[in-house]
Design a protein around this ligand. Structure first.
Ligand code: C2G
Length: 129
């Protein structure tokens, strides 16, 4: 069984996220999503999520491409995640191009083109109008 992992906040889940998850799943049979906790989002990414971790986790678990959701609590857990879950391929959107190449010692690393024109920031801006 080929296993894939990806990481993210996935707040205000939108079709760009779904496109990423759909393409990530094409690299294997089992997709693990490491979902940023509320604390990690705030402390490490200065992101204040609209939906809580539990709400974002429930949303992700309802997506057909997703097989398991685990918490992302820090920047350092990726190597141990890849080893613990016997991951074959790590996938991220290409806004992270090159940032996780250190994982190439442990698994394949794939950066996929982001879905243009949609982002949580854009949604919030448009709704604020
Ligand atoms: N994404 C995308 N197209 C968009 C928006 C997002 O392909 N229009 C992808 C991102 O590239 C990322 C994933 O969807 O691979 C999740 O996006 P975010 O929730 O914004 O993730 P981020 O905050 O970048 O967290 O350790 C890694 C971090 O946790 C990634």
């Amino acid at each position: 069984m080929k296993k894939v992992i990806t990481y993210g906040t996935f707040d205000l889940l939108h079709y760009g996220h779904i496109q990423l998850l759909r393409r990530a799943k094409e690299y294997g049979d089992y997709l693990v999503v490491a979902l940023s906790t509320d604390e990690f989002n705030w402390n490490a990414k200065q992101k204040k999520c609209y939906f809580s971790y539990e709400q974002r986790k429930m949303l992700l678990e309802s997506i057909r491409y997703v097989d398991l959701v685990i918490p992302e609590e820090n920047w350092e857990q990726k190597v141990s995640d890849v080893q613990e879950f016997k991951i074959d391929t790590f996938v991220m959107g290409n806004d992270w191009e090159g940032k996780f190449d250190f994982l190439k010692d442990y698994c394949d690393v794939v950066y996929l083109p982001r879905t243009p024109e949609i982002s949580t920031t854009q949604i919030k801006k448009d709704l604020g109008k």
